[in-house]
Design a protein around this ligand. Structure first.
Ligand code: AKB
Length: 320
């Protein structure tokens, strides 16, 4: 049975991925690693929890030894908009933290999952049907750390034989933990405002298409890729994966089918708009489909119906 450490377990992806991993591999076999934010009672009480800062190599090494970890899901990262506001911190967490995780995995023979992002692309990338292997010249600190991270991961695989694999996540929509400081966050916030009966003000322009994915598919991607037969993998870091592509007016119209008097206007944030315009409109994820059977379950209508159902229940309970 695997022994897994999830670093960044209290974050947007980690808080749900950790629970899914516990269900699959047994609660005692999945350690949730947090740095500062208090875990939810569910995350803290459903299995081992350890305070571990990935920028501290010694602490990370100790945690891996203590729990005899053989697989790491390494999730800590500053997202795109906040990385533009704090570029030095973004480099420190996204790159120095990743370097530490790779070093620990090299020394202790662990496999490791490292998420990359649509942020690894830039304006000179073909933005429609973005190929798996293409130009990657991002002009944001987030993008720089994501491309450097992909290259570092491939280097650790080739040079040291570390079993490191990753996906380029698009914007992730979830009904549990809010994202913090990303460019795609509007696609989460819009559902909360619709459920609260508020008008939504969108910080991206009409017509700004981006790839997106519902959290259950994001979790499935991470688990399926780590369970894939390595002999089938021609790529490793990192696979394009997508489930849908939409612009603000498209998700708005989909929500309106369920909330007829929902309203939206625009107040464009130039920083996030420029980032969004440098990212693909829609990626081609054929390599993930062919090499490890990637197939998402949720499209926009199915995701919207589920998001609204869950958020309405949470709203009725007074969660937000
Ligand atoms: C962000 O918007 O920064 C992230 C991402 C697409 O990597 N959600």
């Amino acid at each position: 049975m695997k022994k897994i450490l999830v670093t960044g377990a209290v974050g947007q992806i980690g808080s749900e991925l950790t629970l899914a991993l516990r269900e699959r591999y047994g609660s005692d076999n999945v350690v949730a690693g947090g740095r500062k934010t208090e875990p939810s009672p569910q995350l803290r009480d459903s299995g081992p929890f350890e305070w571990v800062d990935c920028t501290n190599l010694g602490a990370l090494n100790e945690a891996v030894k203590k729990y005899k970890i053989d697989t790491m899901y390494h999730l800590p990262a500053l997202l795109s908009a906040v990385a533009e506001a704090k570029p030095q911190m973004a480099w420190h967490v996204n790159i120095n933290g990743l370097y530490n995780a790779l070093e620990v995995c090299r020394e202790q023979g662990c496999a490791i999952f490292v998420p990359s992002s649509i942020g690894a692309f830039g304006l000179s990338t073909p933005l429609d049907n973005t190929p798996q292997d293409t130009v990657q010249r991002p002009n944001t600190m987030y993008g720089v750390t994501k491309v450097a991270g992909e290259l570092l991961c491939d280097y650790y695989h080739k040079r040291f034989g570390v079993d490191v694999r990753g996906v380029r996540y698009p914007g992730i929509v979830s009904n549990v933990t809010l994202p913090g400081g990303g460019t795609t966050d509007y696609a989460v916030a819009i559902y909360y405002e619709a459920v609260k009966g508020n008008k939504f003000t969108c910080y991206l322009k009409e017509g700004t298409y981006l790839d997106m994915m519902y959290m259950p598919d994001a979790i499935k991607a991470g688990i399926d890729l780590m369970e894939a037969d390595p002999s089938r993998l021609k790529h490793r870091n990192a696979f394009n994966v997508t489930a849908m592509s939409f612009a603000p007016e498209i998700i708005f119209q989909e929500i309106k089918k369920h909330v007829p008097d929902f309203e939206m206007d625009y107040q464009v944030d130039p920083v996030r708009q420029a980032i969004a315009e440098s990212w693909p409109n829609k990626m081609d994820d054929i390599c993930a489909r062919e090499e490890w059977g990637w197939a998402p379950e949720y499209d926009l209508p199915k995701m919207t119906a589920d998001m609204l159902k869950v958020l309405r229940e949470r709203h009725a309970r007074g969660d937000f």
